[in-house]
Design a protein around this ligand. Structure first.
Ligand code: HEC
Ligand code: HEC
Ligand code: HEC
Ligand code: HEC
Ligand code: HEC
Length: 221
């Protein structure tokens, strides 16, 4: 009799324990979905391998360039090289007018690269793609689920308007100054990676802070 009761209590304790664990794990997932950074295993913090190793450091950055061993890169005259400091909008042209920022076609890169760096292995891949007229299929780094709507244009327009300041406290004079709010310092990244959660809680927080709409249909189809 006593034994049965004991087993019952033991069973109850285990059931509560497992239930608690399931609830905690479940709650953890829900909190992650709203606020958290996606799990490492799902790619956050990492960079997919690209068909051509395109470095933002060289094109958009202004810092001193180094090779894979960390030694300074030298130009043909033996001088240390800095990034070109090209504007984000120079390549991501659609960003101020459309939902998508877009990546330029191979032809755009070839304006420079039919001469510049044409002996470098990654540039050779680019020139081969051009010769065979095959588009480069860039792997996406940021990707929201299909049920979510995001519009670059609205954010660019709002944050470059005089009086509307960025969360950093600065007034963005040009659209490219807005990018780092969500994408971080891309000009310092050899490979682009996602640095901000861009989960629902993150989006909604910023919308509230700026009196932007927060009804479900703003961001959901
Ligand atoms: C010379 C052209 C060029 C310039 C200048 C440039 N980009 Fe890019 N960008 C690319 C290409 C090509 C890719 C696709 C390959 C990759 O992801 O690295 C890309 C990818 C990206 C991505 C990742 C897109 C994704 O899949 O999620 C972001 C974000 C980005 N760029 C932001 C910027 C920002 C911010 C600047 C300015 C600081 C900038 N880019 C300047 C060409 C450029
Ligand atoms: C308010 C946050 C925010 C700002 C500001 C922002 N982005 Fe994005 N960006 C995103 C999100 C979110 C995605 C993923 C969108 C999706 O999957 O539909 C994205 C995707 C991208 C992509 C890949 C998909 C595409 O649209 O072509 C590129 C390239 C990119 N951003 C470049 C830029 C550049 C360049 C700037 C500045 C001129 C910028 N972004 C400003 C949040 C932002
Ligand atoms: C305004 C001119 C210009 C444009 C446009 C341009 N690049 Fe470059 N790119 C350069 C210069 C300069 C270098 C550095 C060459 C060197 O290291 O000798 C470079 C280097 C590279 C490298 C080699 C990096 C390395 O060190 O191995 C790749 C790959 C590359 N670019 C890809 C692209 C792609 C893809 C595009 C189009 C989205 C593009 N570039 C557009 C000027 C440009
Ligand atoms: C840095 C602050 C900030 C972040 C982060 C942000 N937004 Fe926004 N968003 C705004 C502001 C401000 C507006 C309002 C622009 C206006 O008033 O026209 C806006 C407008 C929009 C619009 C257009 C609304 C319309 O109908 O005109 C959509 C869609 C949107 N945001 C989706 C998102 C999504 C999805 C995310 C997260 C992935 C996000 N936003 C992250 C500040 C932000
Ligand atoms: C400012 C933009 C924004 C608004 C407003 C917004 N959402 Fe979301 N929502 C998102 C984003 C971004 C995601 C995707 C998050 C992720 O990657 O898990 C999302 C995901 C979701 C999910 C799926 C969660 C998951 O784990 O997949 C549901 C359900 C949802 N939203 C419901 C709502 C409802 C209901 C409202 C209105 C009360 C709302 N959302 C308003 C941006 C928004």
């Amino acid at each position: 009799m006593l034994r049965k009761k004991y087993i019952f209590i033991l069973g109850l304790v285990i059931a509560l324990g497992v239930g608690g664990l399931v609830t905690t794990v479940g709650l953890g997932f829900v909190l992650k979905a709203w606020w958290g950074t996606p799990f490492e295993a799902f790619g956050f913090g990492g960079s997919p391998e690209q068909p051509v190793a395109f470095p933002h450091t060289v094109h958009a950055g202004t810092g001193l360039l180094t090779d894979s061993e960390g030694n300074p890169k030298l130009d043909l005259e033996g001088k240390e090289m800095n990034g070109l400091g090209l504007d984000c909008i120079y390549c991501h042209r659609a960003v101020t007018e459309s939902p998508y920022a877009g990546v330029p076609p191979v032809e755009f890169c070839v304006y420079c690269h039919k001469t510049v760096g044409s002996d470098l292995p990654e540039v050779k891949k680019l020139l081969e793609a051009w010769d065979s007229q095959t588009p480069i299929r860039w792997e996406r780094v940021h990707r929201l689920p299909d049920h979510v709507r995001f519009v670059h244009e609205a954010h660019m327009r709002y944050f470059t308007q005089p009086g509307n300041i960025l969360p950093s406290g600065e007034q963005a004079m040009v659209a490219s100054a807005v990018c780092s709010t969500c994408h971080g310092e891309i000009g310092t990244m050899t490979e682009v990676k996602q640095v901000r959660s861009l989960k629902m809680g993150d989006c909604v927080d910023c919308h509230r802070a700026n009196n932007a709409p927060t009804d479900c249909t703003t961001c959901h189809y």
